[in-house]
Design a protein around this ligand. Structure first.
Ligand SMILES: C[S@@+](CC[C@H](N)C(=O)[O-])C[C@H]1O[C@@H](n2cnc3c(N)ncnc32)[C@H](O)[C@@H]1O
Length: 321
């Protein structure tokens, strides 16, 4: 088990709780943690799929939990949002806790709640404290709108990719990709949905699907589409697991810094998934840092890969079967 899970079990907090809720536990520890009777919740569809238990979404079902434990996520806004939804899932008098690995910066989380007890061990720390009912639990209250410079505003929610700005790599992809005049387009790993929404606003005849593992990213995409009055289909999916059909064009800025050990695996599964969903004659456009060797995976998936554009930092790959 990861240190944070081990520490949580060692404290005996779960045994002492009637109905514990765990938010974002490591998927590899999920079945062991679920055996304690805890309810598991994930923001990420990929983590939920790997865990094989619990449920996923933008917030846990509010219920009568007497203990909610947040596994320290990356980023302060996602952490605070997780603490907010955890707090609102508690009964009166329920306890809120946050746990994480020391090397992943859990130390700073002690300021995020009024701590009543702390535990340390297994290279992890756990803080127990009072619920953060001062933070809004409604996702809409965390909304940030920003001008994409592409003729529409996009929406970011806590922890969604490149909050508040158009990513430089995505900008290069948009400048480079030739969009079909009709047919279907997939924006895979859509974040705020900027790529797919830009495609839909440029070519309204396209049927655009956008997918991301992160439920908050999907919610941001849906909200952005609503504000921009663009009709698209957005869904949560681990790579293409829940995406139906094949596409005439696919736009992809693959994930690259999800976690230390798994980043290459995640990018690879998304690249493979995109390759599988390319229609005959379709084009997959991939943007990546120049030093990444996605070509190997794409060629391994049977695609012909050409370098369509590059600058000092990024390259755009044009891939066809
Ligand atoms: C580099 S960002 C690109 C976001 C967006 N396309 C843009 O250009 O701003 C990669 C995205 O992939 C998503 N992602 C990570 N793992 C994924 C997976 N297994 N399946 C689908 N999407 C994933 C992340 O949540 C993130 O939004």
């Amino acid at each position: 088990m990861k240190g944070a899970s081990q520490l949580l079990v060692d404290t005996g907090l779960l045994e002492g709780a009637r109905s514990p809720l765990l938010i974002g536990p490591p998927p590899e520890d999920a079945s062991t943690l679920a055996e304690t009777g805890a309810e598991l919740f994930f923001f990420e569809e990929a983590s939920h799929a790997r865990a094989g238990v619990g449920h996923a979404g933008v917030a846990p079902r509010t219920g009568d939990h007497d203990l909610a434990v947040v596994f320290h996520p990356k980023g302060k806004r996602r952490r605070d949002y997780a603490l907010a939804v955890a707090s609102h899932a508690l009964t009166e008098g329920g306890r809120l806790a946050i746990v994480g690995e020391k090397r992943e910066g859990i130390g700073s989380a002690k300021k995020a709640l009024k701590v009543t007890a702390k535990h340390s061990g297994s290279h992890a720390k756990l803080f127990v404290g009072e619920p953060r009912t001062d933070l809004p639990a409604q996702l809409s209250e965390w909304e940030r709108r920003w001008d994409t410079g592409l003729g529409f505003e996009a929406v970011s929610y806590p922890g969604t990719f490149a909050e508040g700005r158009l990513d430089d790599a995505s900008g290069l992809l948009l400048e480079t990709a030739a969009l079909p005049e009709t047919g279907s387009l997939l924006d895979l790993g859509c974040g705020s949905g900027v790529l797919g929404l830009a495609a839909k606003s440029r070519v309204p005849a396209l049927a655009v699907t956008l997918a991301d593992s992160d439920h908050l990213a999907v919610a941001a995409t849906k909200r952005g589409a609503e504000l921009a009055e663009l009709e698209v289909h957005a869904l949560a999916s681990d790579a293409v697991a829940k995406v139906d059909g094949t596409f005439d064009a696919i736009l992809l800025n693959p994930p690259f810094h999800e976690g230390v050990a798994t980043s290459a695996d995640v990018a690879e599964s998304v690249l493979r998934g995109a390759s599988e969903r390319l229609a005959t004659g379709g084009v997959l456009w991939v943007v990546a840092n120049r030093f990444l060797t996605h070509e190997t995976v794409l060629e391994g998936a049977g695609l012909q890969v050409d370098r369509a554009a590059e600058n000092g930092r990024f390259k755009v790959l044009r891939c066809q079967r």
